[in-house]
Ligand binder design. Structure first.
Ligand SMILES: Nc1ncnc2c1ncn2[C@@H]1O[C@H](COP(=O)(O)OP(=O)(O)OP(=O)(O)O)[C@@H](O)[C@H]1O
Ligand SMILES: [Mg+2]
Length: 219
């Protein structure tokens, strides 16, 4: 899925988080976004998913201007086409691991339950959580929770994957494995990937690296 961010400005009251940010991500491309804490990386990613609003500019996904969509249409678009890994995992505490991972599939209708269960198992395996499907989130470590969030973002094979610091809580070996799963799954299904990261190792694997700063976005 192609993504175009055109002259985007986001402010809270008088204070600008960023101004005139423009970038394009081609279908199937992997772009990393780096930048200091507080420059607006998470905010920008939220705007790309239509989870946050902006003051000026446009965001288009495959030519669809998401600023022109209502909440419900945005939600449908996200459900069908976008996977999101949040910086704070947003795992649902009352659902077990497998149910959390399977949630995006459950929200899509007319699906084969058996195939979906199989897909959940594959995703748990891909992020190194095999055998933990029946646990509740409170019975997992921070790094394991992060991997639940990643499996959930990938399970419905989204065309656009937006990941906010997905390896921030992981040891180097697990981070590598999880990045392999993220990149491998995106490439395998031709999905575009936008990765916000502080990890140099992760950024160097991207097709392009963009730096967000108070002066805007640059290569
Ligand atoms: N609801 C809000 N009201 C006012 N300011 C906010 C609000 N939410 C975020 N901000 C500010 O917007 C700026 C950008 O925040 P954001 O979370 O996007 O940064 P970030 O680049 O993701 O940082 P980090 O690397 O620490 O995750 C910060 O200065 C933050 O304090
Ligand atoms: Mg952030």
């Amino acid at each position: 899925m192609s993504l175009i961010v055109d002259s985007l400005t986001k402010t809270y009251g008088e204070v600008a988080v960023f101004r005139n940010v423009s970038l394009e991500v081609a279908s199937g491309e992997f772009v990393a976004i780096i930048g200091e804490s507080g420059v607006g990386k998470s905010t920008l990613l939220n705007c790309m998913a239509g989870l946050d609003d902006w003051n000026q500019g446009r965001v288009s996904l495959d030519g669809v201007d998401i600023g022109a969509l209502g909440d419900e249409q945005r939600a449908l678009l996200r459900r069908r086409k976008i996977g999101f890994v949040f910086q704070a995992f947003h795992v649902l505490p009352h659902l077990d691991v497998a149910q959390n991972v399977g949630l995006p599939l459950m929200l899509l209708q007319h699906r084969d339950k058996h195939a979906d269960d199989q897909r959940v198992l594959e995703m748990l395996d891909a992020v190194g959580l095999q055998g933990l499907g029946q646990r509740l989130p409170q019975q997992l470590s921070g790094g394991q929770l992060q991997r639940v969030a990643i499996a959930r973002a990938l399970v419905h094979r989204p065309q656009l994957l937006l990941a906010d610091e997905p390896t921030g809580n992981l040891d180097p070996d697990t981070a590598l494995r999880v990045m392999d799963a993220l990149i491998g799954q995106s490439r395998a299904h031709g999905a575009s990937l936008v990765l916000v990261t502080h990890s140099q190792a992760a950024a160097t694997r991207a097709d392009r690296v963009l730096r967000l700063s108070a002066h805007g976005i640059s290569t």
